[in-house]
Design a protein around this ligand. Structure first.
Ligand code: SF4
Length: 374
């Protein structure tokens, strides 16, 4: 299948958030310009020239200064003919009017902003660099220059976060008439400051039930908004769903460019080397900057098709599954399916299998049922 999407990674941040286990580095003293040269070279080396979706993420792409940002934008738009969605991740305090004008001038049509919460105390706990005013200002800047689609990320199940806090953040985001919201519960990941604090007994997380209640509230509150849910954690107005992320959930191919970036091309799932210096060295010595590569077996592909597809409200197409694998979902998952249908965790509609509301809350349990021990 032709690959029409690309993810481009900028692994730098001006401060490291306490909960973050993403592939990122504190920007100070990093060889940012050298990295950009290598990233551009990796993109030039690829054979793809026309793309439907491009997502520039991180780290934080807006941590780049104006000159670096322009160099990157110029290169991306010179190398690729971007037909559809051109997304950038942004931090509210870094999205100055100058930067957002530049993004707009090079055709960026979607911003995904790492807001997380509007509550100052929680922003502090998370180690974020922005404040509430930055959120309003950055959205205003983006609207002023005419970015057509703005998405905010909001987190729940945070240390010391109450249900009222979460409701308030959600209300504030909705009051801004934003186009899209992604909302994720905090997951405590090893090798984060949060994890160390937790192990030393210095961090208290709300119990699991609170997380489930918050998610439940999110589903019901979003039903009363101008956005519709289209994936477990994602809600958008008509025409504002993330086309790029849907490529992942539909288990389709995409290129990954940059240190630590992953891609899925011609049946190969690959991950580039990390950290930044290793990546630069590989590119400079004219090697493929490869850390890992694997070709998922048919069984693994079927599992991925189920896990990823069930995340979306449209669900997994039974016909598409059959066309791809030559066997029906019932052939492969007969007894698990019957059990999940009986437990009202999944449902069948229009020849698609979908999670029920209850299934969305306990999603991981459902996904486990689709692991094949073959
Ligand atoms: S800005 Fe994003 S990538 Fe950077 S440390 Fe914070 S959460 Fe991680």
């Amino acid at each position: 299948m032709e690959v029409k999407s690309a993810y481009i990674h900028i692994p730098f941040c001006v401060r490291i958030c306490t909960y973050c286990d993403f592939n990122k580095y504190f920007i100070q003293n990093q060889p940012v310009d050298e990295y950009l040269d290598c990233l551009i070279e990796e993109m030039e080396r690829s054979t793809v020239r026309t793309l439907q979706t491009v997502f520039v993420g991180g780290g934080t792409p807006t941590a780049l200064n104006l000159a670096q940002l322009e160099k990157l934008l110029l290169a991306i738009t010179k190398i690729f003919n971007i037909k559809g969605e051109f997304s950038f991740e942004a931090n509210p305090d870094e999205l100055t009017l100058e930067k957002v004008k530049l993004l707009k001038a090079y055709g960026v049509n979607r911003l995904s902003m790492g807001v997380q919460t509007f509550k100052p105390e929680l922003l502090e706990i998370l180690g974020r660099t922005h404040n509430m005013q930055d959120i309003y200002q950055s959205v205003e800047n983006a609207r002023k220059v005419g970015i057509p689609s703005i998405s905010l990320d909001l987190m729940y199940h945070l240390p010391s976060q109450t249900m009222e806090d979460f409701k308030d953040s959600l209300d504030k985001a909705l009051a801004m008439d934003i186009d899209h919201i992604s909302s994720y519960g905090l997951i405590l990941e090893p090798q984060t400051q949060f994890y160390n604090m937790y192990r030393k007994g210095k961090l208290k997380l709300p119990n699991e039930d609170v997380g489930e209640e918050m998610y439940d509230y999110l589903l019901h509150r979003m039903e009363r908004s101008s956005m519709h849910q289209y994936e477990i954690s994602n809600f958008g107005k008509e025409g504002h769903e993330s086309e790029h992320n849907k490529v992942y959930w539909r288990n389709e191919g995409y290129y990954g460019f940059g240190a630590g970036a992953s891609g899925y091309v011609d049946g190969e799932r690959y991950t580039n080397v990390n950290p930044v210096n290793h990546y630069i060295k590989k590119i400079k010595s004219n090697e493929r900057p490869l850390l890992r590569s694997e070709f998922p077996t048919k069984v693994e592909q079927m599992e991925e098709e189920m896990f990823l597809g069930l995340r979306m409200n449209e669900g997994v197409s039974k016909q598409r599954f059959y066309d791809k694998f030559g066997q029906t979902i019932e052939d492969i998952y007969g007894s698990s399916l019957t059990q999940l249908l009986d437990q009202h965790l999944i449902k069948e509609e229009n020849n698609h299998l979908k999670l029920t509301d209850r299934g969305k809350v306990v999603g991981n349990l459902v996904f486990e049922s689709f692991l094949l021990n073959i």
